[in-house]
Ligand binder design. Sequence first.
Ligand SMILES: [Zn+2]
Length: 152
Amino acid sequence: MNLRYTFDDMKKVDRSQLGEMVPLELFRTIRLIGLNQGLPLGGKGTTLTIGRKIGESLPVTSVEELIMLFEDLKIGLPRIVHSDEHKINIAVEDCFCKGLPTLAEEKMICDLEGAILEGALTKILGRKISVKEIKCNATGHEHCEYEVKLSS
Ligand SMILES: [Zn+2]
């Protein structure tokens, strides 16, 4: 018997009536009302810790696999829109936030997804990187976008 759950365990679903899917509004509720609005300081540090841990646990060994898994998990449809030796820009279409109203504060809200990318890309690339959210549907942009800074 294992001491901890792995990502592989998460796929083991045996529900006879409700199946393997939960609605997007539940995911949003956990993300935005639970984490973002429920924790002090918008859950900033906690969300980063959670996201990195999730990213590290994903069974991916290349950027292509990571992009496919993001799509399989319906987190969004990522695509690389810029790439050079210093940075990679990843746009995400159909992000979980698509359709939400813009709040008075005009906050970008996809910090968890960026932290997941950070955790996964750190593992894949084997170097220190940092991910910053630079665009979000929720602040009126055409898609969500992350800037991945590659340190030398
Ligand atoms: Zn977003």
